[in-house]
Design a protein around this ligand. Sequence first.
Ligand code: MLT
Length: 238
Amino acid sequence: MKIDLAFTPDELEKKKLAGKSVVVIDALRATTTMTVAFENGAAAFIPVKTVEEAREVVARNPDYLLAGERRAMPLEGFHLGNSPRDYRPEKVRGKTIVMTTTNGTRALVAARGGAEVFIGSFLNLGSLCRRLVESGRDILIACSGEKGLFCLEDTVCGGAIVGRLEKMGIPLTQTDAAHAAKILYEHCENDVHGMLCSCEWGVYLEGLGLGKDVHICAEIDSSEVVPVYREGRIILDR
Ligand code: MLT
């Protein structure tokens, strides 16, 4: 099984996605938030790139929730921001959520060419790896990055996937990018929360008083859900 990693969505667009299992990661916070939302009973997410598109989709479907952020802050007239703490059961149970975020939803849209596209975070690391093994396809990890640039947290989360698959005894052919990500993960695997607090976006979130979100994003293996992105919707298919 070959495993590769794209550090940014721009790099992802240069990769061959057909036939592969693609894992989209936005560890702070979008894919963590989605994982929590599904744990709390959300029915689906519809990721879109722009605020205007999100508003248009919800205008056509008034029972959908409008969610997302820019610079981590909720947007005017939106039902939800991008804090996993917003996505409580009483708010999201059974709901379809139209979401736009600065980086995460952009990476998702770029990942659409994959044979299967999964949502990855530290929270669902183990269940995601089991699903990837079951799928048996070559793997491409898609980091959301930060405004088109490298970000530490998504790369470390991607490296955690490589490391966990290795520990499961899966024979992996690692590209240099996947290998580098694993080395980064091994450097901080005993203190993922500390890494999240010290990376650029984590520091920014802490500065906004969102340190509790950073703590939630570090809760490794706290969820069994593995959301899949299929035909424009993110759902649970089992
Ligand atoms: C992103 O998409 O860049 C992040 O999820 C932004 C955030 O933390 O809200």
